[in-house]
Design a protein around this ligand. Structure first.
Ligand SMILES: [Zn+2]
Length: 309
């Protein structure tokens, strides 16, 4: 009988999404001895250079044509991902192997190797194989409501995750993809309105300006806060977010207030939480009126040892 290890698997669309969504949560569990797995659906091939300082003299993108810029980005992004994953503390990074589909209604949507074009059963099967091999109790994926950022790769990450959660434990699906393994919980990321309002107000109070204007709030932020089931205090792990974002030097402008308006210690005072929505569970729902403060809440590892032996 082997000791059952605790494992969290999180799936993202592009290199850098793991830095902007949930990095402190993953860092906290990694430090607590949980095996942490990052699945990245695409290589981010359609990303642009987002950091103008890298075009200055002496910097890697100085004087490059748009074509050369693209080649250089493709060269740098894998090492940025590796650095970010190392900072957060991922034990494993697994590429799902698809090509970045580009923004909605652009030509790269139609590239035959794009994630967008991948047949659903095939993409779900690739993900199921990773779930069966790494045996996570907890899977984290994107929300079902992506009106705020309807990138086709983000939408598809959600769309393959729900069936993969269900099929991974079903021996009738993908018999060649390893021993069935049923994860216990599937969580969604959520744009917490309470967090954004708190950050916005702190930016106005401390710095006199906020990049989140009324229009941005109206366009990007619904109010999903009543769906939040799970609130983690990650105030001691905000360095994972800022450090991992900085590791993606081509994708994140380190002077951008949207990402770095508040220092880690300021954010820790304003809103030290990451919020999650428990979307599927084999261990029952969160009781109405209750909020979990641990993704492994109610998961009994001994049960799984008994099943596995
Ligand atoms: Zn993305």
């Amino acid at each position: 009988m082997t000791e059952q290890r605790r494992c969290i698997l999180t799936i993202h669309a592009h290199p850098d999404d793991e830095a902007s969504k949930g990095a402190p949560t993953l860092a906290m569990y990694h430090e607590g001895g949980v095996h942490t797995v990052l699945v990245c659906a695409t290589g981010g091939e359609e990303g642009d250079l987002q950091n103008p300082a890298l075009r200055e003299a002496g910097q890697p993108f100085y004087g490059l044509t748009p074509e050369q810029t693209k080649v250089k980005l493709a060269e740098l992004r894998p090492s940025e991902l590796a650095e970010s994953a190392g900072i957060i503390g991922f034990d494993e990074v697994v590429m799902l192997g698809y090509r970045d589909s580009g923004m909605v209604d652009t030509e790269p949507n139609n590239h035959p190797a794009s994630f967008h074009m991948a047949p659903m059963d095939e993409a779900i099967g690739r993900f199921v194989e990773i779930i069966r091999r790494t045996r996570p109790q907890v899977i984290i994926t994107y929300n079902d409501d992506q009106k705020g950022y309807p990138h086709p790769d983000h939408v598809k990450v959600h769309d393959i995750s729900v069936p993969a959660f269900e099929r991974a434990g079903d021996p009738a699906w993908y018999p060649e993809a390893g021993e069935p393994w049923q994860p216990s919980k599937l969580y969604y990321t959520v744009w917490s309105r309470a967090r954004l309002v708190a950050v916005h107000e702190a930016l106005l109070a401390l710095k006199g300006a906020s990049p989140y204007d009324d229009e941005w709030f109206a366009k990007r932020v619904g109010n999903d806060d009543e769906r939040i089931t799970t609130k983690l205090d990650v105030g001691g792990f905000l360095w994972a977010r800022s450090g991992a974002l900085r590791a993606h030097a081509t994708q994140v402008d380190p002077t951008e207030a949207f990402w770095f308006g508040l220092a880690d210690h300021e954010l820790a005072e304003v809103y030290p939480y990451e919020d999650w929505v428990l979307a599927r569970s084999t261990v029952g729902p969160v009781s109405i009126g209750d909020v979990e403060n641990d993704l492994f809440d109610r998961i009994d590892l001994d049960d799984e040892i008994a099943v596995a032996s």
